[in-house]
Design a protein around this ligand. Structure first.
Ligand code: C2E
Ligand code: MG
Ligand code: MG
Length: 461
């Protein structure tokens, strides 16, 4: 196997997308190690008298260890991993003595206590043959060449792991169906809100947009606004989006509601422009849901709206999450490309909560990456969550993307993010989402700089 081919891996884009889709459908990366998988690695360890056994599944950049025997490793870099080699060979790999193998002689394995001298690895495949992970046994001693029956045993154990994975996938699909079914029942049995409630709300113009400032962290200057929908219900008060957007998605009403949101945001931008013609209006970002994103002719629709409202495309941002792109990665690229050509900014929302990684990002034309607020919330808890944020900030910088940290609530988080070189952020520390009139007053502040309410005398850099 030539070095270059091994290092890069064999997976061309489409094959890799199909593999990742199959992996995502099992949900394995979102869960902790499971007893079923531990049983398999223990069995393999005993049968082969191995020092370490590792069962891992790979996304674009990492091999996520879901069960190990002998060595508590969690994640390994995928590049140049055994997984890559199994993928390249499209089958099992046996290396009886690492010192005799040109690929491994120079390389140290990221297993801490162990310096393995031999290993054998079998693919964990889906029913239609895609390799999602590997089951690998390591030994500190060189091993004699592996007998065919032994290799079959390892492959059978990997097949058992594949069986467990398939069960997980079926269970997940079943739960999804049940949830959908329950939702439908709720809708017909009158649990609120029903489709007709949402339709009425639209007709009676009960939806409103609130806006939350995005600020430059060093200066607290407002650089943009995120439009966040609310339902101003006459009896129930202000309803947050998570209480009705999922139902709107399911019933298809998200399309007219989303159209209303986009057009309302554009009208508001025009208004802010006219209130202060001297300054460029702030960029306003609107959230798009999966259904809106996969709608035919989205770019044409946005273009027509911009023309109708006389708003420049540079002023509009569209936010979407990884999960809304997944159903069809090929089309996602096309749609993102056409939006990009219009000149609107594209923001990847809630980054870190989906399954794709920074490697995958490289091929998608996003301008801004928004770090999910769960990472920001955990940042102050220890080195590992901090390291995740540091890595995201650093890699985004290398890829020439801006980073916005979401959900900044405390000064400590704010200071840490600044120290990490994160340029932009939003969160309650600066401002909650507010109605347009309150935002108008903020936009009139000198330099659009938000006051530091916690520590008025704080440092200026
Ligand atoms: P998102 O796009 O990730 O929006 C950020 C959410 O975080 C907002 O919740 C915002 O109020 C909240 N947030 C901001 N700063 C902080 C903070 O410091 N601490 C905490 N705990 N939360 C903070 P909101 O407004 O409830 O919106 C929830 C989600 O609903 C949004 O998440 C977005 O996915 C969706 N959404 C909102 N408006 C629309 C819309 O017009 N269309 C669609 N399709 N989805 C929308
Ligand atoms: Mg958002
Ligand atoms: Mg978000």
């Amino acid at each position: 196997m030539p070095q270059a081919e091994f290092a890069i891996g064999r997976s061309d884009g489409q094959e890799e997308d199909a593999r990742l889709k199959a992996l995502a459908s099992t949900g394995i990366l979102d869960t902790a190690p499971e007893a079923n998988f531990d049983a398999i690695t223990r069995l393999a360890a005993e049968y082969f008298k191995a020092d370490t056994v590792l069962l891992g599944f790979a996304d674009e950049s990492r091999v996520w260890t879901k069960s190990y025997w002998g060595e508590p490793v969690r994640e390994l870099p995928r590049k140049q991993s055994i997984f890559e080699r199994v993928l390249a060979e499209d089958g099992s790999v046996v290396v009886p003595n690492i010192n005799d193998d040109p690929e491994y002689r120079e390389r140290r394995f990221p297993l801490r206590r162990l310096d393995p001298l031999s290993f054998a690895s079998a693919p964990v495949r889906t029913v239609d043959g895609k390799i999602l992970g590997t089951l690998t046994i390591f030994s500190c001693e060189p091993r004699r060449a592996m007998a065919v029956t032994e290799l079959r045993m390892l492959e059978s154990l990997a097949d058992i792991a594949a069986g467990q994975l398939e069960l997980r996938r079926l269970r997940k699909a079943l739960n999804g169906n049940r949830l959908r079914h329950e939702r439908t029942i709720e809708t017909v049995t009158g649990i609120w809100p029903r489709k007709s409630d949402l339709r009425q709300a639209l007709e009676k113009k009960q939806f409103v947009l609130y806006y939350q400032p995005e600020v430059e962290l060093t200066t607290r200057r407002i650089i943009g606004l995120e439009a966040l929908i609310r339902w101003q219900h006459p009896d129930r008060g202000l309803i947050p989006p998570m209480d009705f957007i999922p139902i709107a998605e399911e019933t298809g009403l998200i399309l007219p509601i989303g159209d209303w949101g986009l057009s309302e945001a554009c009208h508001q931008m025009r208004l802010w422009r006219s209130e202060d013609p001297e300054q460029a209006g702030p960029r306003v970002c609107v959230n798009l849901s999966a259904r809106q994103f996969s709608r035919e002719g989205l770019a044409d629709h946005v273009e027509a709206l911009l023309r109708r409202t006389g708003v420049s495309s540079q002023q509009l941002g569209l936010e979407m999450t990884e999960s809304s792109l997944i159903p069809d990665p090929g089309t996602a690229m096309e749609v993102l490309g056409s939006l990009r050509r219009l000149g609107v900014s594209l923001l990847l929302d809630d980054f870190g909560t989906g399954y794709s990684s920074l490697n995958h990002l490289h091929s998608l034309p996003f301008d801004v990456l928004k770090i999910d607020r769960s990472f920001v919330a955990r940042m102050t808890e220890g080195e590992q969550p901090l390291q995740i944020v540091r890595t995201i900030v650093e890699l985004a910088r290398v890829m020439g993307m801006d980073v916005v940290a979401e959900g900044i609530e405390t000064n400590e988080q704010y200071m840490l993010l600044r120290r990490l070189g994160c340029r932009f952020g939003q969160g309650y520390l600066f401002s909650r989402p507010e109605p347009a009139e309150t935002i108008s007053a903020m936009l009139r502040l000198p330099g659009r700089i938000l006051p530091d309410l916690e520590a008025p005398q704080a440092a200026t850099n």
